[in-house]
Design a protein around this ligand. Structure first.
Ligand SMILES: Nc1ncnc2c1ncn2[C@@H]1O[C@H](COP(=O)(O)OP(=O)(O)O)[C@@H](O)[C@H]1O
Ligand code: SF4
Ligand SMILES: [Mg+2]
Length: 507
């Protein structure tokens, strides 16, 4: 598939996860990561132990509140979720634009001064330049992602008013859709209860159906109103199109959801879409809950079923069957299972809510090699059946090659290389990737050991080396590497690398 046919499910920009250690000291576990994850792909994530893989997986899922950056999710649209932060932006368009103009002026002045510097001085100022550019870029994105080309309007007040109308309607639609889902659950329970004798339950079924259809017709009305208000907005754009900057800003419009800016309750509603499979299935399974309870927990939390729903058992057994678990396991407890079976339970729990995106964090690393391939096969089958997208984290390169469409290589909090799986193995362009590939064990011995393949200690993410963080261990290091962090660039089609001296001999 060509990249332009692929739909982006998650777009991560300059993501930072700095764990505070006190007194302005941080563990920079993720230090400015930018990647897109496509719908339906398996994105393999590799790197030595402690490089920030688990942190990245968990931060994307917002298990940790990210320190900086954007995590855009396209599995639902802004109009569907109508999050609070969009409303906040709409209400503050004018002051935000003022701030933007200030930041752009600051940036332009900085660049003017920067251009006059000697090469030596320029190197000193590179990081500062990057920050000044980023500030202005972020401020521009915050506005244009919502209003696009409207930013060139002389007066933003009518735009704000129109957007608020649309936002009100979106919120109403969202709240109605939650009510509709709730009534549908009740309806399904009643239908199930009377499935053998529908005539007896006719009155109840009819009234539950009516409750659903009443809400649906109200939703239809709101949708119509939304369409009308969007049309008004489109008309308001027309006179602005003659402005030469209009098209450029219009392209910035973004109907994805910035997960990092959601409130807890908004994130909770999306949680069923975004799941995690852990490395250690034992410690992550509550020993006091039966398999049925473990799988049912998420289903109840996300209102797939009401408590004591007569239908839930069927669903649990179906999920168990999909994951290769026998029905009679349903009343057993985690300690009664082997490692491989426990991992199946963990997978069943994560997939029960029909997620769209799943982070598999070392999901097979703790298992025997023979069991590993069973679980990998299970994960790939489930992915095909349920149209899942995986972030597959592993320190084991032989596993990642087999399962991934693309592979991202991390080093000390940064992504250093990203390309299609075969391309990474055939044409590694980053010195660290080359070293990792050179260290793949040829036997199965020691596969459970986390990667530690290169000579020299891994520096600490608390106080990482200046410039390129890999420079203390890189045999190609030159002066610039110690001073300037290399840019993340697309050096071949769909092949990204951050290095001043990419390995051209591997091209
Ligand atoms: N919750 C946390 N609080 C503070 N530091 C953390 C936390 N989780 C991970 N770290 C630190 O972040 C760095 C990256 O860890 P991690 O993401 O677990 O790496 P990996 O999964 O690649 O082995 C490590 O230095 C680790 O000690
Ligand atoms: S930027 Fe320099 S130090 Fe870093 S990986 Fe490339 S060659 Fe090595
Ligand atoms: Mg980890």
């Amino acid at each position: 598939m060509q990249s332009n046919e692929k739909k982006v499910l998650l777009s991560i920009r300059d993501l930072k996860q700095w764990f505070p250690l006190g007194k302005g000291i941080y563990n920079k576990a993720n230090d400015g990561i930018s990647i897109d994850i496509y719908e339906g792909e398996t994105f393999g994530l590799v790197g030595e132990s402690g490089c920030g893989k688990s942190t990245l997986g968990r931060t994307i899922l917002q298990v940790y509140k990210q320190t900086d950056g954007r995590t855009m999710y396209y599995g639902q649209s802004i109009d569907e979720l109508a999050p609070e932060y969009v409303r906040h932006t709409i209400k503050n368009l004018e002051p935000m634009r003022k701030e933007l103009l200030k930041l752009e002026e600051k940036r332009d002045k900085f660049i003017e001064e920067y251009e006059k510097l000697s090469d030596e001085q320029k190197i000193e100022k590179t990081e500062e330049l990057r920050l000044v550019k980023k500030e202005a870029y972020d401020a521009l994105y915050d506005i244009t992602s919502v209003v696009g080309g409207f930013i060139v309007a002389d007066d933003l007040k009518p735009v704000t008013e129109q957007y608020l109308k649309i936002n009100d309607l979106s919120r109403k639609l969202h709240s109605l859709s939650l009510q509709r889902d709730d009534k549908n659950v009740i309806l399904a329970d009643i239908e199930y209860t009377y499935k053998d004798d529908p005539a007896k339950g006719e009155a109840k079924i009819e009234s539950a159906k009516k409750a659903v259809s009443d809400i649906e017709s109200e939703m239809e009305k709101v949708r119509e109103q939304l369409k009308e208000q969007h049309a008004v907005l489109e008309k308001m754009r027309e006179p602005l199109r003659s402005d030469p900057r209009f098209d450029k800003y219009e392209q910035w419009k973004d109907d994805g959801i910035d997960l990092a800016r959601l409130k807890n309750e908004e994130m909770r509603q999306l949680r069923k879409d975004l799941q995690l499979i852990f490395q250690d299935p034992y410690s992550s399974l509550n020993p006091r809950m039966s398999v049925g309870q473990i799988i049912g927990e998420g289903l109840l939390a996300h209102n797939f079923f009401k408590k004591n729903s007569p239908r839930m058992q069927d669903r649990i057994l179906k999920v168990m069957d999909d994951c290769g678990l026998a029905p009679y396991f349903v009343h057993r407890y985690p300690h009664q299972f082997s490692g491989g079976q426990r991992q199946r339970i963990g997978i069943a729990r994560s997939l029960a809510t029909n997620p769209k995106f799943v982070v598999c964090d070392e999901a097979v690393s703790a298992l025997d090699v023979s069991i590993q391939s069973q679980i990998i096969n299970l994960l790939s089958d489930l992915k095909d059946q349920q149209h899942l997208t995986y972030l597959f984290i592993t320190h084991d390169l032989s596993v990642v090659k087999y399962i991934s469409d693309r592979i991202g290589v991390m080093y000390l909090g940064n992504m250093v290389e990203l390309a299609e799986s075969q391309e990474i193995f055939d044409h590694p362009l980053h010195p660290y990737t080359e070293a990792l590939l050179g260290a793949i064990p040829t036997t199965d011995v020691d596969q459970s050991r986390e990667l530690q393949v290169l000579e020299g200690d891994i520096p600490s993410p608390v106080n990482p080396p200046s410039g390129c963080k890999f420079h203390t261990r890189c045999k190609y290091c030159t002066d610039i590497c110690t001073k300037v962090a290399p840019e993340w660039q697309e050096v071949r089609e769909n092949h990204f690398v951050a290095c001043h001296h990419i390995l051209e001999q591997n091209l």
